[in-house]
Write a protein of this length. Sequence first.
Length: 465
Amino acid sequence: MKIAFYMMGGYAKILRRCVDFLPGVEASAVCPNWQSYKEAELEPRLTDIGYLYANFNELFDQIDVSGFCERFSSINLYEVLLVDKAHFKNRTGDYQLRYICAVGQRLLEIFEKTRPDCLLLPIIETIDSMMAYRLAQCLGIQPIIYAHGRFSNLSFFSDSHYELLPPYLESLESSEADDIWAQAFIEDYRARPAPFNYRPALEGGDVYPDFQEKHGSLFRLLRNVWLKTGVEKHNRMIRLWISFQVRFQHLFLPVRNFLYGLKEKYYIRPRQIPEGSFDFFPLHFSPESSINVPAAFYIDQTRVVDRILLDRQGNDPLVVKEHPAMYGFRPSGFYRSLVHRPMVHFVHRKTPSFELIRKARTVYSVTGTACLEAFFLGIKWIQYGDNFLSDWIRRRQARAMDCSPEAFIRDVRRVSSDFVLYSPGRSLADDQILFAKSNVQKLSTHLLFHIKQGNRFRKPEQKEG
C-alpha cells in the first residue's frame, strides 16, 4: 500500500513521524512549500518527496491553460479557487487560472511518479490542497481528510471535503459502552450547557524531541524574502505583512478590540436580548476553511442573513452576534449593510452565545458549531452548508432511523479515536500533546483502520458494478 502525505507547512513535522507506526506502507510526501520540503527531507524512510515549486516558475510561464482545463473539465476550477482566503483574490482572474492550472500540472507529475493509493490531507484550506483533493479523485487516488468531532476530543478520517462521517459507519458494530457514554454526555451537557471545549485533553507520555522552531524571526524573514524573489515567487501564501501581524498580534489585538468596542457602541448600537421569540445567527470567522471549502457561496455572510430572512416563517427579530476573533477585522460596510436590514438585531459582543442558543426559536448557521449545540439542547436549527451533522441527519431521516443526539454521538464515537492533528505552534502544552508518541501512534493506527474499513466497504460496490 502506498500513502502520500500532503505536508502543509507545520503539519510536516508531525506527519513525517507517522512512518514509525506504518509497517509495510510506502509513504511519500507532497510538499507545497519550502518549509515542509526541508522537514520531509529529515525522514529517510519516505520513498519520494515531491516539492510543488520545483521548476514552478518555468511551468507557470509555459502551462497550456486551455489544454489543462479541457483535460480536467470534471474539476470545477472556480470551486477550487474559491477556497483561497485572501492570498490570490487580489490578482487578476487570468493569473489565478494560470496559477491553479500550473499547480494542477505539477501535482499531476508528482502523482504519476509516485502512484499512491491514498492521499492524506490534514486540512483543506488552500487552493493547492483543494486542487490536490480534486485531482486525486480524478486519478482514482483515495483522498483522506482529517476531521475533528467538535464536541469532544475525538477525531476521525473522512473521504469528503465536507468532512462527513465515513461511509463504512453502518458496517461497524455498536457497543454498549458507546451508548452509555453518549447518554452520559447529553445528560451532563444539558445540565451544564457551555461552549464545547476544543482544547486537547489527551495523555502526553513520551514526546518527540526537536519539534519546536529552531530558527528565529530574522532567519525566517530573510528566508521568506529569498523564496519570494526566487523559487516561490508565485507562492502568495508567503505574505510578509501577515507574518508581521501574527508575530506581533499580542500588540495589535488589544488595539483592534478597543476600536471595535467604539464602533459597536456608537455605530452598531447593540440591543438587549429580545424578551419574546427570536432567531439567532452567530457570525462566522472569516475567511474560514469550514465555509470556503464546503459552502463557498456563503463566504459573503450577508447572503446568509438574506436567506434566513427570506426562508423563515414569521417576522421575529434575527439576533446577530459578532465572532470574538473578528473584532476589528471586518470592514465598516459589512456592519452598515446588516444594521440597515429590517429585523436584524445585533447584541453585545460579550453576550454568551450558549445563552442565545438556549433562548432562540431557531438557530441558523452555515457549518458552525452553533447548530451542533442547538441539536444537543433540543433547539430547532437550520444549517445551510453540509458537514458531518447535516449529512448524518439527512441519511438517517431517509431511512426513518433514530436521529437523536445520543445516536449521533454514538455513531461519531464508532468511527473515531482519541488523537489530534493540527498545525503546531499554538502553545507548548498543545504541542506536547500533538507530538506525544502515543498520539502519533493512535493517528497512524486509526489511519490504517480507516483505509482497511473503507476498502472492505467499497469492494462489494465494485463487484456489483
